[in-house]
Design a protein around this ligand. Structure first.
Ligand code: F6R
Length: 610
C-alpha cells in the first residue's frame, strides 16, 4: 500500500527521500511524488509508475532544501495518473500533504467545501484534507489548530505528513489507522510509514498511536492528541539490521526470503521448546495463559497467506487439543456478527500487523469479550500492540510482496501453540516429545527441500506458458494447495486454483485436459492412498501431473509427469516442507514470464485499506 517518508534536518532532503521511497517500493504502488520546501517555496514533482520514472523526471532538476515529504501511492480513489499522485495541495498551494488510508466522508466534505468556493483538481479523497485545513486556517486559527480541527472532521483512516509555507520549519504528522513511525536523529528527524524507510539513518523511533499528531522540527518534536492533550512518547530501538531489508546478492527479495526459511523456521521455535517435557513455552501469552488454555472454542482470523496458515492451525488444534476451531477471512469475520462467547479465544494471524481487515476483526472480537491473541511478524505493529497477548513469529522483515517465510513461521508458531495447549489436555509427554523432536529437525528438512530448486526450475520451464493451473492437496496439505495456487497467481498472473483433492470431481474435473497442469501434494501421510486415487482420476483425463512426493516414494513415478521429492515429517509439520517447492515453482515461472516478482501488479505488501 501507499508509503510515506519525510525528512527535516540540515542535509539535502532529496536523496534521503528518494532512498526512503525505494525502500518502500516493496509495499506496492503505482505512482510516486516528492515535495521539498526551500526558502519559503514548495516544489512538487510527481510521476506515474515506478520510482525510476520519478527519478528520471527529477534528472537535471535542482531541488534544494532540507525539509520534505514523499509518497508512493497505491490508487484507491481515482486512477493512477500524475494528477492523482501525492503530494496534494490546498487551493493556495501553501499546504502540501501526503496521505495513506481512506477518507470515507470525502464526498460530503467536498460538497461542503465546494459551497465555500474550493475547487478540486484531483479525484482523490486526500485533496479534501488539504482544503479542509485551508478552510480552518483561513478562519484565523493557528496552523496546528487548523490541522487538528480538520482531522476531527474526517472519517476514515489516515497516516499523514504535511509541510506548509505557514510554518516552513516543521513537518506535521497524524495517524488514525495507518501507521507512522518517527525516527529521531541528531539535529534531524525522519518520518516513515514503516521503519524500513528510515532505518538507514536512525534506529531510535517512536510510533504514533491512533488519534495522535506530531509536530516535528529538526531539533525536536511535540506529540499531542487531536483533542490537544500533550502525549509523552517512549523512544524505542529498532532491532533489525539494514542487511535484513537488502537483497544480499539474490536477484529478488522473494528468492532471498524463500532461502531464509531454514533460519526463520528455527527462529520461530528458538527458546520455546522444552524437549524433556515435550512442551512449548510462549512467553507472550503469559498474561492470558489461563484463558488460552481453558478456551472452549478458538476462532482464527486472517487474510491471504496468513489465512492459509490459519487453516493448517485449525487442523492441528482440533486434532491435538480437541477444541472446536473456526477459521475465517478477517473481512468476513468483522462484518457478519459471529457468535463469540467470553470463553472463546480469537487468534489473529498477520505478517505485517497492519492489515485493515484483520485489525478490524481483532477489535470486533475484543468488543465481543473474547480473549484475543496475535501471531504477528512485525514487532510493534498495530495488531501486535492491540491484542491481549501474543507470539511474534520472528521471521524478520518480509519485503517480497508474495509472502513466503511468514507462512512457514506462522505454521511453526501454530504448532507451538498446539503443543502448549495439547499438553495441558490429553497429549502425553511422549507424544509431545515426538513432535518437539520433529520440530527441531525442520530447519534441516527445509534446507533439503530447497535443494529441489534445479528440478523445479526445469519444470517451470516446461509449464511457464500455461494459462491455468490446478493445485490439489488433502488434509494438512490442502491449505498448502491453496497457498501454492495463491503464490502462482499473484506473481505470474496465471490463473490458478487450489482445491481439496477429492472436491475436484464435484466440478473442477471438467477443466482437466492435456493442457492443464495439476500440481498435487501427495506426501505419504494419512491421506496418501486417497490422493493417489485422485491423481489417477486426473491422469484418466490426460491432465499433466506434477506431484510433490515424499523422498523415497517411487510409486508415483509411473503415474505422473514429474515428481518433486521432499523430506517427510509428521503430518502437522508437513506444510512447512511441502510449500517450499511450490514457492520456488511460482517464483521461477514468474521470472521466466518476465514478471516483476517483488512488485507484482496491483498488489500491496501491507493492505491497510479494507
Ligand atoms: C500473499 C500475501 C497476502 C497477505 C495478506 C495478509 O502472498 O502476501 O495474501 O498474506 O495480505 O497480510 P498480513 O499477513 O500482513 O496480514
Amino acid at each position: 500500500m501507499c508509503g510515506i517518508v519525510g525528512y527535516i534536518g540540515d542535509r539535502e532532503a532529496r536523496p534521503i527521500l528518494m532512498d526512503g521511497l525505494k525502500r518502500l517500493e516493496y509495499r506496492g504502488y503505482d505512482s510516486a511524488g516528492i515535495a521539498i520546501i526551500h526558502k519559503g517555496r514548495i516544489s512538487i514533482t510527481k510521476q506515474v509508475g515506478k520510482i525510476a520514472a520519478l527519478e528520471e523526471d527529477l534528472n537535471g532538476t535542482h531541488l534544494p532544501g532540507t525539509l520534505g515529504i514523499a509518497h508512493t501511492r497505491w490508487a484507491t480513489h481515482g486512477e493512477p495518473n500524475q494528477t492523482n499522485a501525492h503530494p496534494h495541495t490546498d487551493g493556495t498551494g501553501n499546504i502540501v500533504l501526503v496521505h495513506n488510508g481512506i477518507i470515507e466522508n470525502y464526498n460530503a466534505l467536498r460538497k461542503i467545501l465546494g459551497e465555500k468556493g474550493h475547487t478540486f483538481r484531483t479525484e482523490t479523497d486526500t485533496e479534501t484534507i488539504a482544503h479542509l485545513i485551508e478552510e480552518f486556517y483561513r478562519n484565523g486559527t493557528t496552523f496546528e489548530e487548523a490541522f487538528r480541527m480538520a482531522l476531527s472532521e474526517v472519517d476514515g483512516t489516515y497516516g499523514i505528513a504535511l509541510i506548509t509555507k505557514y510554518e516552513p520549519d516543521k513537518i506535521f504528522c497524524a495517524r488514525k489507522g495507518s501507521p507512522l513511525v518517527v525516527g529521531i536523529g541528531e539535529g534531524e528527524n525522519f518520518i516513515g510509514s514503516d521503519a524500513s524507510a528510515i532505518i538507514a539513518h536512525t534506529r531510535n523511533v517512536f510510533y504514533l498511536e491512533d488519534g495522535e499528531i506530531a509536530v516535528i522540527s529538526k531539533d525536536g518534536f511535540v506529540t499531542k492528541t487531536i483533542e490537544n492533550e500533550l502525549v509523552q512518547k517512549k523512544i524505542e530501538k529498532i532491532s533489525f539490521d539494514l542487511e535484513r531489508i537488502e537483497k544480499a546478492g539474490y536477484p529478488h527479495f522473494m528468492l532471498k526470503e524463500i532461502y531464509e526459511q531454514p533460519h526463520t523456521v528455527a527462529d520461530a521455535m528458538r527458546g520455546r521448546l522444552i524437549e524433556e517435557e515435550g512442551v512449548a513455552k510462549l512467553g507472550g501469552l503469559t498474561p492470558i495463559l489461563h484463558n488460552v488454555l481453558r478456551s472452549r472454542k478458538i476462532f482464527i482470523t486472517a487474510c491471504g497467506t496468513s489465512y492459509h496458515a490459519g487453516l493448517v492451525g485449525e487442523y492441528m488444534l482440533e486434532q491435538y487439543c480437541r477444541v472446536p476451531v473456526e477459521v475465517e477471512y478477517a473481512s468476513e469475520f468483522r462484518y457478519r456478527d459471529p457468535i463469540i462467547e467470553d470463553d472463546n479465544l480469537v487468534v489473529v494471524i498477520t505478517q505485517s500487523g497492519e492489515t485493515a481487515d484483520t485489525l478490524a476483526a481483532l477489535r470486533e472480537a475484543k468488543r465481543k469479550g473474547a480473549t484475543v491473541m496475535g501471531l504477528v511478524n512485525v514487532v510493534g505493529s498495530t495488531i501486535a500492540r492491540e491484542t491481549h497477548g501474543g507470539t511474534y513469529i520472528h521471521a524478520g522483515p518480509e519485503i517480497g510482496v508474495a509472502s513466503t517465510k511468514a507462512f512457514t513461521s506462522q505454521v511453526a508458531a501454530l504448532t507451538l501453540l498446539t503443543l502448549m495447549i495439547a499438553r495441558t489436555k490429553s497429549m502425553s509427554a511422549e507424544d509431545g516429545r515426538k513432535i518437539v523432536k520433529e520440530m527441531k529437525d525442520l530447519p534441516v528438512k527445509v534446507e533439503q527441500a530447497l535443494k529441489t530448486a534445479d528440478l523445479v526450475q526445469a519444470i517451470a520451464e516446461e509449464f511457464r506458458d500455461k494459462r491455468n493451473f490446478l493445485y490439489l492437496g488433502r488434509g494438512y496439505n490442502y491449505p498448502v494447495a491453496l497457498e501454492g495456487a495463491l503464490k502462482l497467481k499473484e506473481i505470474s498472473y496465471i490463473h490458478a486454483e487450489g482445491y481439496p483433492a477429492a472436491e475436484m470431481k464435484h466440478g473442477p474435473i471438467a477443466l482437466i485436459d492435456d493442457d492443464m497442469p495439476v500440481v498435487v501434494i501427495a506426501t505419504q501421510d494419512s491421506t496418501y492412498e486417497k490422493i493417489v486415487s485422485n491423481i489417477e482420476e486426473v491422469k484418466a483425463r490426460r491432465g499433466r501431473v506434477i506431484a510433490v512426493v515424499s523422498e523415497g516414494d517411487d510409486k508415483l513415478d509411473r503415474l505422473v509427469d514429474y515428481t518433486i521429492p521432499i523430506p517427510m515429517t509428521l503430518d502437522l509439520l508437513q506444510p512447512i516442507i511441502s510449500i517450499i517447492p511450490l514457492q520456488l515453482l511460482a517464483y521461477h515461472i514468474a521470472v521466466m514470464r518476465g514478471c516483476d516478482v517483488d512488485q507484482p501488479r496491483n498488489l500491496a505488501k501491507s493492505v491497510t485499506v479494507e
